[in-house]
Each structure stands twice: as structure tokens, then as C-alpha cells.
Design a protein. Structure first.
Length: 139
């Protein structure tokens, strides 16, 4: 992966889900590569979604304390989301015909200078506002 890569919450979630099997190892590998290259980026939205899902929706939820420690670790990758990204998300939502929340992810990724967005939830191979959407599990 070259350039900056924005990570969607589902990638973080799989990396810490003990029941995720092969997806867990693939997510961990992607995150290791991004740590090594110092090219990973997230937003507050991603960290919030990770925390809520990791502590409430996993078959074996993480403790709040452990999930908080993971959020603290990835806070180093976090970029600020402002009203400018919200306004940009409106345009992306309309033009790409995606949900507002996915559009806000894209707007945040663009602000960070990312060229790649790793996500299982969005359409792999799709290009949105200059971002290449990639699914690390579709190998």
C-alpha cells in the first residue's frame, strides 16, 4: 500500500474479534503493514463505531477498558472531522449515491490525503471522489 490509507471501523473490529477467523488475521496483517509504513488514518467516527460495536455487538464483546485502550492506540492515526467534512459528505452522498455515514468516511479520508479506503462495507473496486475502495478480505 502506498500513500495514506483510511481504515473503516469494520477492519479494526475484525482485527480484534476473536471469532473472526481468517478475516481477523487478514485485518491484523493490513494494520501491521500500515503501522510499519506509518500510512494509516482514521477519524473520530471510525473510533466511535469501533468502540460501540466492539463492546456491544461482538459474540464475545471486548471489555470497555480493553476497547478504550485500542481506541487510544489508534487515536495516533486520527484526523479531526469538522463541519467542512460534513458539508463535503453531502456532496459525496449525492454524487456517489451512498449513505451519509459512508460519505462522511470518504470526506474524512480525503481530508487526510488518503488515496485508498479499506472497507468491507463499501463496494471494492469503486472509486469515490478520487478514493480507491479496497476490501482486504477479497483477495
Amino acid at each position: 500500500m502506498s500513500g495514506k490509507t483510511f481504515i473503516d471501523s469494520n477492519i479494526l473490529l475484525y482485527a480484534h474479534d476473536l471469532d473472526a477467523g481468517k478475516k481477523r488475521s487478514m485485518a491484523e496483517e493490513a494494520l501491521r503493514e500500515l503501522w510499519a509504513s506509518r500510512s494509516g488514518v482514521v477519524s473520530p467516527q471510525v473510533l466511535q463505531e469501533f468502540y460501540v460495536n466492539a463492546t456491544r455487538k461482538l459474540a464475545k464483546p471486548l471489555t470497555k477498558e480493553f476497547a478504550q485502550s485500542i481506541v487510544e492506540q489508534y487515536a495516533n492515526w486520527c484526523i479531526e472531522t469538522t463541519s467542512a467534512e460534513v458539508l463535503s459528505a453531502f456532496r459525496i452522498e449525492r454524487d456517489a449515491k451512498i449513505s451519509f455515514w459512508d460519505a462522511l468516511i470518504c470526506a474524512s479520508a480525503l481530508k487526510a490525503g488518503a488515496t485508498v479506503l479499506l472497507s468491507e462495507d463499501m463496494n471494492a473496486g469503486q472509486h469515490i471522489a478520487g478514493l480507491s475502495i479496497q476490501n482486504p478480505f477479497a483477495r
